[in-house]
Design a binder for this molecule. Sequence first.
Ligand code: ADP
Length: 165
Amino acid sequence: MIRTAVYPGSFDPITLGHLDIIHRAAKLFDKVVVTVAVNPQKKPSFSPEERVDLIRRATQGMDNVEVQICSTLIVDFARSIGAVAIVKGLRALTDFDYEFQMALVNRNISQEIETLFLTTSAEYMFLSSSAVKQVAYYGGDISHFIPECICGDIQKRLHANSTEQ
Ligand code: ADP
C-alpha cells in the first residue's frame, strides 16, 4: 500500500521553512501531496496557480512530491486521494493553539486521517511567508529565506508591487 500524506498551507510564497518540512515528510511517506489551500478569506500576493508553479519549481527532482490546489476541506481532499495523514509544521507555541484545534476538528470529521506535526528546524523558526513579503516589499535580500531557483522571480514581483503603489 502506498502511504500518502497531504501537506496543506497557503504557501504565499513557499519558503525554505516549508521546503524543509516537505523534504522531511518525503522521507516518511511514499508520496507527499503539497496542497495549496484556496482560502477566500485571505488576500494572497500570488494566485493559487502561481503558488503551485513556484512550489513545483522548488521541489523539482523530488520524485515522490506532487503539488495540487485544493478549494475544499483539507480532510475531504485527503480522503479523496487516499491519504493517511495531514502533515503540518510547528514553529512555536503560537502555531500550536490553532493547529491543535484544527487537528481535533479534522479528527472529528475523519477518524482515519492522522495529523502529524513536524517541528521546525531551528534556523527556520522565525521564517514565515509574511516576513519574506515584508522584506521583499522594501527591496531587502530574501535569498536566505526562499529556494534559490525562484528567489529572483519572487523578489522582482513583490518589489515591483511596491513601486506601483
Ligand atoms: P505561513 O504561516 O508562513 O503563511 P502556511 O499557511 O503557508 O504558512 O503554512 C503551511 C504549513 O507550514 C503550516 O503547517 C505552517 O505551520 C508550516 N510552516 C510555515 N513556515 C514554517 C517554518 N518556517 N518551519 C516549519 N513549518 C512552517
